[in-house]
Design a binder for this molecule. Structure first.
Ligand SMILES: Nc1ncnc2c1ncn2[C@@H]1O[C@H](COP(=O)(O)OP(=O)(O)OP(=O)(O)O)[C@@H](O)[C@H]1O
Length: 881
């Protein structure tokens, strides 16, 4: 049977199997997309031709080079393709272009090609350079065979995960994070002697053979540096900059950085290193995700011998004045005896222990209420376990949560996308919020195209999310998470409510994600497609592991042939099944190997995007969502018009001027309708805002969204909406009613408008607070009725409030009370009305500046207090996953 093969070019890889050719090209939809002008749109096509053989067809302008000669030179007459015979060297785009590798792949043994990062090291600027790129400090010593001359070493791409590929399940004694690989070409300028790939590379080196480096003093430098993000793998080394930059290296995503790391969690210019003593001084260059030394976030620090520097997903360790790449541990995720106990003593998780290598797909199943979601929260760090540790890529998750959470993708049960946006818009906003601020629009689009291509969403790019099927919506949720290329992906019941076909397609999708080197953990109630998983964990009630092992062995372990019977058994006797598993060989297989664990930097918030940019993005998203909701737009615009029409229906022609004997209460009734109408408009426009998108907010906050900016964006939009509604309301009233005379500070109408606007806006902020407080959308309506009715009663226009202490206290937080008082002062209600026996009096209605300013101050205070209270409530809200 033909073996599945893996084709890899730089950081990208694709599976090659008979009948599924793989294309490489500049086209972003190519399986191996290479963004470089030397690469044709469809550059070459690889086809599996049986017996593990691969045929290569070149369709490019610049050519593909097999063993140093153009592919065409290997073709026989009439042959379109060449069948590769090992060993071979295949370079794409130029004779020293992109190396293409073909190797065996298997879903059980995860593929080496981690999609996450490629690191390229350029020659550090180590002082005034001499022609040929030699370091002035090393002198023109001739290098020995196989050791590229120092200063002429070609940039070397280093991929992740090679050690993970060969990881055995639960293999004891794996070197894990202790294993380091020499970083070819990264050496302190003070260190003599060349370091590079080749015989001198230490065992366990991650360095794959670099493109042949020019050696000797006459080697050309910078002659063929390509452009584009991928080009760095093959770029010639530019001359070291002379002057002030000499002796410092920049780490970043920038292709020109001395240490270039292609990782969305790394900023373009992330950090700077300067050799100092036996190590390096490190300065964080205001990176989005932070620079960490020994898991402590630093702005400036010293990297001494044995210290570990982490940027994005990459860790480098300093030894003997050199930097070495820390190989990713074989066990990516390990839970060590985690338990979760509620304050009352109820245990939701009980001594859960397991380890997972990269490339694992694990299903967590179990009866309802067994503790699956609790386990998920413990593993993601959103609700840490009360005992035990979670080790993720060699680091303690709970102690270094902020450094690690960017690498974790979580897809909770609720859809994480606004239904009114198209798929592309949703991804675009997510990319703006989640990717570092220095990503250009082009780079963001590239990432969006990548995830859409990966998840088969390209054809739905312009479809509104609400029109997608359940399975497609779930894929959009996954796509949002994949934007940052997480190496660990959790999904909570992604197939619930899907038909069997969609269930299978989602599980296949997850299998593919695991095959790219991620760890994927999925909670599911569906047992139909467990065969796609590497491991199944069955949780018994109380969060006890009743089984952890291959899906095919589950029934044998329980000696049953039906999942219903298994669930019934573990529900009845959870402890018995926990013990039975603990004493089986499966438990030993599940146990993670001992690892060297890095300390922690605690929980400090990491903000990916700048506050201003987050605010702009959120305001723009909010407006787009509002404007695409025709019902919302119509009701928001019609509401003030209808309220104004009601006001016009009040009998009388005096309006806000001196009242007539026929209609002595016209002005006060008008004020009541305007002010209570404004309260209603404000509360109703905001009361659903937070509860409707709570899961989205919680997830976005977990990946770095600023809660303050989120709230500020809501307030901004409500402020503008209140303004428009006030103008409409008073605009229509002005048509049919006489205006007031002069106000206290300005002409009557604008001052009246200010009181109405203040009432509408402060009510909207109160609406936000209610929206943050309620726990379901159903609670919104009763809360709104209470909020508006309370203002009607306590505004002071209907029932006398002034002079009645209890009523005055109750009315204190009511915007209607203060808005009414301001408006009454503006029109000088106490003067223009004809006092009858039942006329309400209020000392706040005086037509003077003091009363008016008190009203203004009270409205502002209500806004401020409600805003702060909303922020506090939001802060306490916990993610569901
Ligand atoms: N904060 C809490 N206070 C009290 N009990 C809780 C709390 N959180 C969860 N539980 C209880 O813990 C148990 C495990 O809940 P969890 O949601 O993890 O189960 P689950 O396996 O995910 O269930 P389902 O499959 O129905 O989603 C349940 O009995 C639940 O009622």
């Amino acid at each position: 049977m033909a073996q599945v093969l893996m084709v890899r070019c730089g950081p990208r890889s694709a599976l090659l199997s008979p009948g599924s050719p793989v294309t490489l090209g500049r086209d972003p939809h190519a399986q191996l997309a290479v963004d470089d002008s030397r690469i044709s749109r469809t550059h070459l096509v690889l086809t599996a031709v049986g017996g593990n053989q691969v045929a290569v067809e070149d369709r490019s302008s610049n050519g593909t080079f097999l063993n140093g000669r153009r592919l065409a030179a290997h073709l026989g007459p009439g042959e379109p393709s060449v069948v590769l015979a090992a060993p071979f060297s295949l370079m794409v785009g130029a004779v020293d272009g992109y190396p293409l590798q073909v190797e065996a792949a298997s879903s059980r043994n995860p593929i080496e090609s981690s999609p996450f990062s490629t690191i390229m090291v350029r020659r550090p600027p180590s002082g005034p350079s001499t022609p040929g790129g030699r370091s002035a400090t090393t002198g023109p010593t001739s290098p020995g065979p196989g050791t590229p001359r120092r200063g002429a070493t070609a940039p070397t791409p280093i991929g992740y995960g090679s050690s993970a590929n060969t990881a055995e399940w639960g293999s004891p004694g794996s070197p894990d994070s202790q294993q380091t690989a020499r970083f070819p070409g990264v050496e302190a300028p003070t260190t003599a002697g060349p370091v590079g790939p080749g015989p001198s590379a230490p065992p366990g080196s991650l360095g794959r053979s670099a493109p042949s480096a020019p050696s000797g003093p006459s080697a050309p430098s910078g002659s063929s540096a390509p452009t584009g993000s991928d080009s760095r793998q093959m770029a010639e080394i530019p001359e070291a900059p002379a002057g002030p930059a000499c002796g410092t290296w920049t780490i970043g995503r920038d292709p020109n950085a001395a240490i270039c790391i292609d990782d969305p969690l790394v900023s373009r210019a992330h950090a700077q290193l300067r050799p100092a003593g036996d190590g390096f001084d490190v300065v964080d260059l205001r990176s989005s995700n932070g620079t960490w030394i020994n898991s402590q976030r630093i702005t400036r620090g010293h990297l001494g011998p044995g210290d570990r520097l982490t940027v994005g997903r990459t860790s480098l360790v300093c030894r003997d004045g050199q930097l070495s790449l820390v190989a990713p541990p074989r066990t990516t995720l390990a839970a060590h005896h985690i338990s979760f106990t509620l304050p009352g003593g109820k245990q939701l998780l009980d001594d859960v222990t397991f380890g997972l290598p990269a490339g694992s797909l694990v299903a967590v199943i179990g009866p309802s209420g067994a503790g699956k979601s609790t386990l998920l929260k413990a593993l993601t760090g959103s609700q840490p376990a009360t005992a035990g540790t979670v080790i993720y890529e060699g680091e303690d998750l709970y102690r270094n949560y902020d450094g690690l959470r960017g690498r974790i993708g979580v897809v909770p049960q609720d859809d994480l996308v606004h239904g009114r946006l198209t798929v592309r818009q949703a991804l675009d906003y997510a990319a703006k919020l989640r990717l570092p601020k220095d990503y250009t629009a082009e780079q963001r689009n590239h990432e969006i195209e990548r995830v859409m291509g990966e998840l088969g969403l390209a054809e739905h790019a312009n479809t509104t999310v609400s029109r997608l099927s359940g399975g497609q919506r779930k894929r959009v949720s996954v796509a949002l998470e994949l934007l940052t290329q997480p190496s660990l992906l959790f999904l909570d019941e992604p197939t619930s409510g899907l038909d069997p076909n969609l269930d299978r397609s989602v599980m296949r999708l997850l299998r593919r994600q695991a095959d790219t080197g991620r760890v994927v953990i999925v909670i599911t109630h569906s047992v139909a497609n467990l065969a796609a998983c590497d491991r199944v964990m069955l949780l018994a009630p109380g969060g006890k592991i009743a089984y952890f092992g291959p899906p095919g062995d589950l029934m044998t372990h329980f000696q049953m042939d039906d999942y219903a019977d298994v669930f019934e058994a573990v529900t009845g006797e959870p402890q018995v099944w926990q013990q039975r598993f603990a004493h089986s060989p499966l438990a030993a297989d599940a146990a993670p190997p001992e690892q060297h664990v890095q300390g922690g930097g605690g929980r400090t918030r990491v903000r990916v995007s700048s506050a201003a940019r987050q605010w702009r993005t959120l305001v723009s998203r909010q407006f787009r969502i509002m404007l695409t909701d025709r019902n919302f737009v119509l009701s928001s615009l019609m509401m003030p018009v209808l309220i104004a029409l009601m006001a016009l229906a009040i009998p009388g022609s005096a309006g806000f001027g001196p009242q007539s004997r026929d209609h002595p209460g016209e002005a006060s009734t008008l004020l009541t309708i305007l002010i209570i109408g404004a309260s209603f408009m404000g509360v109703s426009s905001s009361i659903r805002e937070l509860i409707a998108e709570r899961p989205i907010f919680l997830r976005e906050r977990a990946v770095g969204l600023s809660q303050q900016m989120y709230l500020m964006s809501k307030v901004t939009v409500l402020l503008l909406l209140s303004l428009v509604q006030t103008v409409l309301l008073l605009g229509v009233v002005m048509i049919g009613k006489d205006g007031p005379g002069d106000g206290i500070l300005m002409p009557g109408w604008p001052e009246l408008g200010l009181a109405v606007f203040g009432t509408a806006f402060s009510s909207a902020v109160i609406g936000l607070l209610i929206s943050a407080l309620v726990s379901t959308s159903e609670q919104v309506m009763p809360a709104m009725v209470v909020a508006v009715m309370a203002q009607l009663v306590l505004c002071g226009g209907i029932i006398e409030v002034s002079g009645r202490t209890f009523m005055e206290i109750l009315a204190l937080p009511m915007p209607g009370r203060w808005g009414y008082a301001q408006a009454a002062g503006t029109i000088d209600l106490q003067k223009i009305r004809l006092d009858g026996p039942g006329a309400v009096k209020d000392r706040l209605w005086d037509h003077d500046l003091t009363s008016w300013l008190i009203g203004c101050g009270a409205v502002l205070a209500i806004c401020l207090v409600s805003w702060v209270a909303t922020a506090l409530v939001l802060r306490r809200q916990k993610a569901t996953a």
